[in-house]
Design a protein around this ligand. Sequence first.
Ligand SMILES: Nc1nc2c(ncn2[C@@H]2O[C@H](COP(=O)(O)OP(=O)(O)OP(=O)(O)O)[C@@H](O)[C@H]2O)c(=O)[nH]1
Ligand SMILES: [Mg+2]
Length: 288
Amino acid sequence: MTGVQQPGFRSGFIAVLGRPNVGKSTLVNQIIGAKVSIVSDKPQTTRTPIRGVLNRPDAQLCFVDTPGIHKPRTLLGERLNVTAEAMADGVDVVCLVVDGAAGLGRGDERLLGRVPGDAVLVLNKTDAAARDRIVEQLGRLGASGGTGHEYFAVSARTGDGVDALVEHLLGRVPEGPAFFPRDESTDNPEAFWVAELVREQLLHCTRDELPHAIATRVTEWDGPYIRCEILVERDSQKGIVIGHRGTVLRDVGIAVRAQLAEGTYLDRVVKVERDWQRRPAALDRLGF
Ligand SMILES: Nc1nc2c(ncn2[C@@H]2O[C@H](COP(=O)(O)OP(=O)(O)OP(=O)(O)O)[C@@H](O)[C@H]2O)c(=O)[nH]1
Ligand SMILES: [Mg+2]
């Protein structure tokens, strides 16, 4: 806890849960007004809880972005689900996000049955669907969710509807002191964040099974020099990550450096960590 409590100041934790790709991370970034969590069009982008802190003169809301809950096919997937579900415990509010453009699926229904009775239900991607479709999906969400929930339709991408959601959440957290420094929007360690930015770029330029097979970690940070390892599961995947004459690695380097302090030297090293998504020891080492 930081500082002396100001009378009437409110603070609390809000877990953002949902299936993969529904836009949880985009929503958290939109609320915070800064990029605190990486985003991609591939499912299972977020792999660890990410805290995004909204600082207002009268309140501090800590949003916890979580991995998308899905039917797991690997030990990594199982662990991501456990991590995500654990984040619903002990928070002030759970927000369950669903994709209003893709429509509600069985996975959403299952989650609806598991979130607390007072969870906030957020229908996202209103910009990507016709009004009729959004109304229809809200109706389905209401029928499955029932009473006790508040419902919001938003576009995390454009910000439409997000203010109303935040106002509601402000009213749901108790009076209390700030938990984080008032000028911080996240507690992401720097080395973790660089590794995430590298992974985000790789997600943009790989497809099929490869995005899941990639893990990144920073192994050295010495002044302007950062060494980031890119782990793949098999030798055959190395070439795709490197690209023809190194073009993929080069483009990843350019895009990530543009988001780092000027003069940063970002070394990218591709290594094979055989079947890491399925091996407990490898997952432990990588922090999953
Ligand atoms: N059109 C539209 N696209 C969105 C919106 N919100 C997110 N997206 C897109 O949906 C995709 C997934 O977004 P993410 O924020 O990474 O989704 P997520 O729920 O965090 O996904 P995981 O981390 O894999 O669980 C990306 O391509 C986003 O750009 C939205 O409001 N409108
Ligand atoms: Mg995410």
